[in-house]
Design a protein around this ligand. Structure first.
Ligand code: ATP
Length: 135
């Protein structure tokens, strides 16, 4: 099987680097699968999971948006925040989910606060799902 190098990078530094047979994730335009030799491109990502397949094994990384860049033998994912499934603090994500839900239920708030709470909820739910390998 052909492989390519994949790196997941955030403003705080690299989160993951490995050789993989396939990268699949959720771009803003829909599901996206990248195999070695894919044409170069840049795609904006949604809050979601990056799945890294190699040797019959799949690793999951939670990402909070960002960009996926494909070059001939290298894929780079640049995200505001990213965590490998094993590094996710599930209790923290559950607390963040609860806080976000509370905020969404408060009646007196601006549209901006509502949007922020919605995004926080999506980040938290994504982390919970990724930690469970639930896709
Ligand atoms: P919280 O309210 O718990 O901080 P958040 O969604 O606001 O969650 P972010 O702003 O997306 O957090 O991330 C801030 C930093 O904390 C990033 O480095 C991110 O990787 C890390 N992080 C956030 N939530 C978790 C988690 N549940 N487990 C591990 N790392 C996390």
């Amino acid at each position: 099987m052909k492989t390519m190098k994949v790196s997941v990078v955030t403003p705080d530094g690299p989160v993951h680097e490995s050789e993989v047979e396939m990268v699949s994730t959720k771009a803003q335009s829909g599901e996206l699968g990248v195999l070695p030799g894919h044409i170069p491109m840049v795609a904006p990502l949604a809050i979601g999971a990056v799945r890294l397949k190699n040797g019959g094994k799949t690793d999951f990384v939670a990402v909070t948006g960002g960009f996926l860049e494909v070059r001939p033998d290298q894929v780079t994912i640049l995200a505001q925040a990213a965590e490998k499934a094993v590094d996710i603090d599930v209790d923290r994500a559950l607390r963040a989910k609860e806080r976000a839900e509370q905020r969404l239920n408060e009646s007196k708030q601006s549209a901006i606060d509502f949007k922020r709470a919605e995004l926080a909820l999506r980040r938290a739910v994504n982390r919970i799902n990724v930690s469970k390998g639930d896709f």
